[in-house]
Ligand binder design. Structure first.
Ligand code: BJW
Length: 221
């Protein structure tokens, strides 16, 4: 079976009601990421950071996969598919995609600050910032903050480099190293970018400036 790799970003979940980061209503337009999404922010004010993620977790748990997530899941019928997502929601999995690499972690999980191997799934529930873990630490969101190492880097690069078809969707391509991964695609691969707004793209990529919910079902036909 030919191989497909999808690199996705927050624009894919926008129509599910989940905020993007840098658009007009984006999370980082209304909140300073340095006070919420860095290890220093967590050290400074664990309560504020926990509250921010508790609210987003509850919202993400209520959200439903979009037409675009479902179209991507259907592509598994014809392709050996790997999803390399920057998104922390679980909408790819809930749409039925089976191999999803979360570069920036998962909103629905927390991990023990004293023992990173201790994790728990929350199923949308809030965390008490003062609850002590069995290891004596606190439960922090299992997401990747600025300055932290992204997850699944090598596996994701392998998926990009070995793909016969690469679709990049719903990302401003601002955040590294995720934004540069598309450069590892093979010369002969079919390379497509779907985004609502114009983007500066490397050579060899076809650009479709259309909302993901229209473009992905068409690409999955
Ligand atoms: C639609 C649509 C629709 C809307 N249909 N489209 C090299 C150079 C410069 C800086 C760095 C560098 N290497 C590392 C850095 C530092 C930093 C970085 O990249 N900073 C930049 C901002 C400059 N990177 C890191 O710190 C990373 N760690 C790292 O590299 O470690 C080693 C290291 C550290 C420091 C220095 C050097 C090396 C970690 C990055 C972690 C990112 N974390 C976040 C938060 C996750 C947790 C949470 O959710 O709270 O990840 S930030 C946020 O941005 C989130 C996202 O995954 C990520 C990407 O955002 P995304 O998805 O692209 O969203 P938007 O809003 O930007 O774009 C949405 C797009 O969709 C728009 O274009 C819309 O038009 C479009 N759209 N509706 C289609 N319906």
């Amino acid at each position: 079976m030919p191989k497909l790799c999808i690199i996705s970003g927050s624009g894919l979940s926008a129509s599910a009601g989940l905020s993007t980061f840098r658009g007009p209503d984006g999370l980082w337009r209304n909140h300073d990421p340095m006070t919420l999404a860095t290890p220093e922010a967590w050290q400074r004010d664990r309560h504020l950071v926990t509250e921010f993620y508790n609210e987003r977790r509850a919202k993400a748990w209520q959200a439903e996969p979009t037409a675009a997530h479902r179209a991507i899941a259907r592509l598994e019928e014809g392709f050996e598919t790997t999803i390399v997502t920057q998104n922390v929601d679980s909408l790819h999995e809930r749409a039925g995609s089976s191999r999803v690499l979360h570069l920036h972690g998962e909103l629905d999980r927390v991990r023990d600050t004293a023992d990173p191997n201790q994790r728990k799934d929350l199923h949308g529930a809030a965390v008490d910032p003062d609850e002590q873990t069995p290891g004596g630490g606190y439960w922090r969101p299992n997401v990747v903050w600025f300055g932290e190492t992204i997850h699944h880097y090598d596996e994701a690069l392998d998926a990009v480099a070995s793909a016969d078809r690469l679709i990049v969707v719903g990302t401003s391509l601002t955040v590294q190293p995720a934004a540069s991964m598309m450069l590892y695609a093979a010369d002969q691969a079919e390379k497509v970018v779907v985004n609502a707004e114009p983007l500066d793209l490397p050579e060899g990529f076809r650009f479709i400036q259309t909302p993901a919910d229209e473009a992905l079902p068409a690409l999955a036909k």
